[in-house]
Design a protein. Structure first.
Length: 397
């Protein structure tokens, strides 16, 4: 017997393309994949060394459910150093990744039937996690012209008596867009009028920003601190996706509630990963900055090349490692064998089958006019991918 909760949950829409890509690869086809959601770098060696040392030193047991006091202190010091935010260790709970922190935050904040505002294009897990918490995802479509950022007017219009949470993600997966100080001030103004609305601020791509410094909503609206669950982790900035380490910073009440859920579901993250995280936040950011410089070079290349393709528009995203070009002028066209391109998914399946290029359809993220390309790949792959993309589009009529 499978529960209706599990039956109703949609598997990640990105799997449709990545599953097909793997199938074709097994058949021996050459596939260039720009579908990765993780850095193509290795974790800096001083972080790996700290983990090895922890193993040798016998750090083999459980830690406190909220994480080691040392790591929570280091997170507070980091939030002060990098974000000018004041937190106490009692306001921090470490987790097995930012994903878990978002999911548990929703479980702790949302009652059945509560509405959660999710700007689209969104990270695929937000609506699904909202449903698991028995909340109602309210997706708000943002515009390409505004670099897919939610406006204060859109937020105001979406808020109802049932609204409980707004999820912000900056820099964004899937668009790479970053909210500016001014954007966040506008949103904060609306939030002040609606005290029942809390914010989950997912800042997992914080270290991968190219043009401006990262801004958190708490930098412009410190008065909202008790209503904001700030979520971050080590996966993206330090290339530590497999270590599974993230955290939530929020009010003591929220941390206690999340801690109860975590204590029953997973307990603390791996002791060894916590030792690695402590090293990451205590050491230099030189390698983080080197990875960022490399991503910036690739971002510039991708944006320039995409905009040189007829019918494709792409703004220059301020962060993360994704571009999200608008391909709407190709919807409604036909492939050389006459198959209609009805939506972004059919375009991506055509690009995969006919051209050997794996990219993720915007439909998966709630934006049918776009698709996501990850540039967490080597320059040779990026060049080859764009050639395949251009050729594939030219063959549509
Ligand atoms: C927006 C966003 N939040 C959270 C996560 C998950 O991060 P973690 O690896 O720390 O669980 C991802 C990973 O793809 C992401 O893109």
């Amino acid at each position: 017997m499978i529960s209706s909760r599990a039956l109703e949950l949609q598997p990640s829409a990105t799997l449709k393309v990545t599953g097909r890509a793997k199938e074709l690869q097994r058949e021996g086809r050459s596939i260039v994949s720009l579908s990765a959601g993780e850095p193509d770098f290795k974790t800096p060696s001083f972080i790996c060394d700290a983990a090895i040392e922890a193993i040798r030193d016998g750090a083999h047991g459980y830690t406190m459910n909220t994480g080691t006091p040392e790591l929570r202190e280091a997170i507070c010091a980091k939030l002060k150093r990098d974000n000018q935010l004041d937190y106490q260790p009692s306001e921090i709970i470490c987790s097995n990744g930012a994903k878990q922190s978002v999911g548990f935050a929703l479980l702790a904040m949302v009652n059945p039937g509560d509405e959660v505002i999710i700007p689209a294009p969104y990270w695929v897990s937000y609506p699904a996690m909202t449903q698991l918490a028995e909340g109602v995802p309210i997706t708000v479509r943002t515009s390409f012209e505004n670099d897919y950022r939610l406006t204060p007017e859109q937020l105001e219009e979406a808020i109802t008596d049932r609204t409980r949470v707004l999820i912000l993600c900056s820099p964004s997966n899937p668009t790479g867009s970053c909210y500016s100080r001014e954007d966040l001030e506008g949103l904060a103004k609306v939030l002040r009028k609606h005290p029942q609305v809390s914010v989950i601020s997912d800042e997992i791509y914080e270290y991968i920003v190219f043009d401006e410094d990262h801004v958190s909503i708490l930098n412009v609206a410190p008065d909202l601190k008790d209503r904001v669950a700030l979520i971050n982790g080590f996966s993206k900035g330090f290339a530590m996706t497999g270590w599974r380490l993230g955290y939530l910073a929020g009010s003591e009440d929220l941390v206690k509630a999340v801690s109860k859920i975590q204590s029953q579901e997973t307990s603390a993250p791996s002791t060894i990963s916590q030792a690695a995280g402590l090293a990451a936040y205590s050491g230099t950011l030189d390698e983080v900055h080197a990875m960022r410089a490399s991503f910036k070079e690739r971002r510039d290349f991708m944006v320039q090349e995409l905009n040189s393709i007829e019918g494709v528009s792409c703004f220059s995203p301020g962060g993360a490692f994704y571009v999200f070009p608008d391909i709407s002028s190709y919807l409604g066209k036909k492939t050389p064998d006459g198959t209609p391109i009805t939506d972004s998914t059919s375009l991506c399946l055509y690009l995969l089958d006919a051209c050997g290029l794996a990219v993720v359809p915007g439909d998966a993220f709630g934006e049918p006019n776009g698709l996501r390309m990850s540039y967490a790949a080597g320059m040779d792959d990026l060049k080859e991918a764009l050639q395949r993309f251009k050729k594939g589009l030219e063959q549509l009529s």
